[in-house]
Design a protein around this ligand. Structure first.
Ligand code: ADP
Length: 485
């Protein structure tokens, strides 16, 4: 159990990052130290070998090969050469052809060795010190071999220096590793600090308090992006929660008002005995209220189904021009009853793929609103056109317009810009929400432009190719229709 608790996978990220960093840094350092040591060793050996070969050449130049055994000339130059070699720590040995020592200068004279058989370098491990030796065959002017020259240097000093270097590297390595580890730990801590803050904030945010934000002030790097993404997500969540709460409250309110009216009317009717006409009259009134309730719940159900499942049926090819004409015809009596002039500019043959019933509902809602909110003597225009990629239908009226502060919210469920007037007209504030959802399901949207006191124009955009439509369309937050001011 114990080991498991200390398994590296359970370490905090900061520790894991530091451990990785130290491991990689340690490996790099070790490779680097090995390289430095190896370079140094090779450099020293090459230097020694070059010195040995140079010295051998000088000795050969001063060698007398005339006699039966080779010997250094007894000249001042040869004596000076021997002194210089001695100062440089080099020993010289001259051997006869049979391998016996003819002459020897320096401490190497005492070092025993097998008679040489060929020219070249050799390292002789000897008690107390290793010797590096260069052996060179000596030939007489005629070409016959007359002996050997050996120049040697003790490797004592160089191996001491290399040993010191090795110790220093070995000591420096853990020290550097420790420093790197501390630095790494500090840097990892700094880099992870914002993440810790994000985690703490996220923990503090519950379903009931979505107001807190991370509010990251650092650079827009990976962490900055993470923080902004979380903040944006919280924005959306908060708006979504608020919308849902408002919706529940609104729906309850919308249902309660007619129910309370029903209850009141029933109470008054039952307060005393009445004649059959009075009962009938009361029941007819109640029927009206109940109709309103049925209408409201049908709309709510329709909207809920639409939002949940979208358009279930396969889109069918339809004649949009004919559809718009029939919607206009359906509402013409209402327009006439309100003395509103209804004009249409609909080219023939606008085709589209979609759900006929839903689209009829969409345009009925919009046109009904336009007529409903336009005062007598006003004018409502329905214009349609296609631009190659989408069909557009604009519904303009000369009504009171919608104030800019209401515009962003009129597509929300139950939202009414002018609650009293709207309720008096029988609207529950679901018409635009429904229209927008239907347009969205068809891959399109609704734009609205309005000027207070002058009128409002809703423009429905429906892509001709529904493939880019309902299923592919991203879900826009309800109440945030594409709009123009
Ligand atoms: P309602 O059932 O109240 O008409 P809607 O969702 O259809 O609900 O419309 C939401 C609100 O938008 C309305 O209450 C009204 O204030 C405003 N509105 C909609 N259409 C128009 C219009 N053509 N002119 C002015 N205001 C409008």
């Amino acid at each position: 159990m114990r080991e498991r608790r200390w398994h590296p996978a359970r370490w905090p990220l900061r520790l894991r990052l530091t451990a990785w960093y130290m491991l990689l840094f340690g490996l790099t350092l070790a490779v680097f130290a090995g390289y430095v040591y190896e370079r140094q060793e090779r450099g020293v050996r090459e230097q020694t070998d070059a010195a040995l070969q140079g010295a051998t050449a000088q000795v050969l130049a001063d060698l007398d090969t005339g006699g039966d055994r080779p010997a250094l000339r007894r000249t001042d130059a040869a004596a000076a050469l021997l002194r210089r070699l001695d100062q440089a720590g080099l020993s010289v040995r001259v051997l006869a052809a049979d391998g016996t020592t003819a002459e020897a200068f320096g401490p190497f004279a005492a070092v025993a060795g097998a008679p040489p058989t060929m020219s070249g370098y050799d390292t002789l491990p000897r008690e107390g010190a290793d010797w590096r030796v260069y052996t060179q065959r000596v030939t007489a002017p005629g070409g016959a071999q007359v002996g050997w020259v050996q120049v040697a240097r003790s490797l004592n000093a160089t191996s001491d220096a290399l040993e010191t270097l090795f110790t220093q590297l070995l000591l420096a390595l853990p020290l550097l590793l420790l420093l790197a580890g501390l630095g790494g730990f500090f840097l990892a801590g700094r880099a992870l600090q914002p993440i810790n803050r994000i985690a703490r904030t996220a923990q503090a945010i519950g379903a009931h308090d979505l107001t807190k934000r991370i509010d990251y002030r650092g650079p827009a790097d990976e962490i900055g992006r993470l923080a902004t993404t979380v903040d944006r997500m919280l924005d959306r969540l908060q708006a979504g929660f608020a919308r849902e709460r408002r919706f529940t409250a609104d729906a309850a309110h919308e249902l309660r008002t007619p129910l309370a009216a029903l209850k009141g009317r029933i109470g008054v009717t039952l307060a005393r005995a009445r004649g059959p006409e009075e009962y009938e009259h009361a029941l007819r009134e109640l029927e009206g209220q109940v109709d309103r309730l049925i209408h409201l719940s049908t709309d709510l159900l329709f909207l809920a189904r639409l939002e949940q499942r979208g358009v279930r049926r396969e889109p069918e090819s339809l004649d949009l021009s004919a559809l718009l004409e029939s919607v206009a015809e359906q509402l013409r009596p209402l327009a006439e009853a309100r003395s509103v002039l209804l004009c249409e500019e609909i080219p023939a043959g606008l085709a589209l793929a979609g759900d006929v019933d839903h689209l009829i509902r969409l345009f009925l809602n919009l046109l009904d609103n336009a007529i409903k909110y336009t005062p007598p003597g006003g004018r409502v225009t329905m214009r349609a056109w296609g631009d190659g990629t989408a069909a557009r239908v604009a519904l303009g009226d000369t009504g009171p317009g919608i104030a800019p502060e209401h515009l962003p919210r009129i597509f929300e469920r139950f939202y009414r810009a002018d609650a009293n007037r709207s309720r008096a007209e029988g609207g529950a504030g679901l018409g635009l929400a429904m229209a927008q959802e239907i347009a969205r399901q068809h891959g399109g949207g609704i734009e609205v432009a309005s000027a207070v006191g002058q009128g409002t124009t809703f423009t429905v955009v429906l892509p001709l190719d529904m493939a880019s439509g309902p299923h592919a369309a991203p879900r826009a937050p309800a109440g945030r229709a594409p709009r123009q001011g």
